[in-house]
Write a new protein. Structure first.
Length: 308
């Protein structure tokens, strides 16, 4: 691959990009090399007004991916970003103009599996919960092993539940939803929240704690998949989030509601806590559930419980 040059790449791109959709007068694509197991390709054709022109296939993006891979393997100057531009010729039978530029951009380097930012996030969360009670160290066990890119179902290396003991109260909390995502470079604290549930310590034995902890980690999975759940909770104050199985009767649903507390010291700013509360169907019986997330019913149920 040492002989593969930018000129070679342009020659390979020309026939593929030349099959432009009707109305396209230019094209602009950005691609990245494989970094921490992640690469990207974005862009497309534009019309005379600079608007995107729909394409029937991903063929140009696939060809661009192949070209970038060959350039990366050629042993030339270091790069991680490629910008490709195509311009339709002004006259028939002329060749379109294609340019390809490579550059190295440190800000788009994805976090690898050994990035210290992950443990920085974990330390900030532990410091927060240690100010609220005593962490049960042998309970903070990870569910599932991170892959080679340090990713779990929560997109970072942490996917755990913490148990925090205080006089008369037990708190279970997710530990990892706010870990910055592995394999990308964006400055975000994961899904920007952590969940918690509070219990009267006298009402739970070890089996009960384990049962609710298993539920909370599964709720964390749903929140991670939903990505902007914290935003919806902040907007509505409280939402009806998911249903429970028969194992939790008479409780039938989980509400999520905003809490005044925030976890500080995370790599990209603070994140809010979101309270998860199991409720029975009777608590929302007769309520109008037609609004977004059943928010009005959720707020009413919380008010009846005295949770603000």
């Amino acid at each position: 691959m040492a002989s593969y040059s930018i000129d070679d790449a342009i020659r390979e791109l020309a026939p593929a990009l030349g099959k432009a959709p009707a109305g396209a007068v230019s094209g602009d694509w950005t691609a990245t090399t494989m970094q921490a197991g992640h690469s990207s390709r974005t862009g497309g054709y534009l019309d005379a007004e600079g608007k995107h022109v729909p394409e029937d296939s991903r063929h140009p993006l696939d060809i661009i991916a192949n070209v970038v891979e060959k350039l990366d393997a050629s042993g030339g100057p270091r790069f991680n970003k490629v910008v490709i531009r195509w311009k339709k010729p002004k006259f028939p039978f002329m060749q379109p103009k294609i340019t390809l530029e490579t550059s190295y951009n440190q800000t788009i380097v994805p976090r690898g599996p050994d990035d210290p930012i992950y443990e920085t996030a974990a330390a900030a969360r532990r410091a927060f919960w240690q100010s609220r009670g005593t962490l049960q160290e042998d309970f903070a066990v990870e569910r599932g092993t991170a892959n080679i890119h340090a990713q779990t179902k929560w997109f970072g290396p942490h996917r755990r539940i913490l148990a925090i003991h205080a006089p008369g109260r037990l708190t279970l909390a997710t530990d990892g939803l706010s870990t910055p995502w592995a394999g990308i470079s964006e400055p975000e604290n994961g899904v920007e929240c952590e969940l918690f549930m509070e219990f009267d310590a006298a009402t739970l034995d070890a089996a009960g704690i384990e049962n609710w902890a298993n539920l909370l980690i599964n709720i964390g999975d749903l929140v991670a998949d939903g990505y902007r759940v914290a935003r919806d909770v902040e907007k509505h104050g409280a939402i009806l989030f998911c249903r429970l199985t028969e194992d939790y009767r008479p409780m039938t649903r989980i509400m999520l509601s905003r809490d005044a507390s925030r976890i500080e010291g995370l790599p990209f700013g603070s994140v809010p806590l979101v309270r998860a509360t199991p409720i029975a169907e009777a608590e929302i019986e007769g309520q109008d559930l037609s609004d977004d997330w059943g928010a009005a019913a959720a707020r009413n149920a919380l008010a009846k419980r005295g949770i603000r």
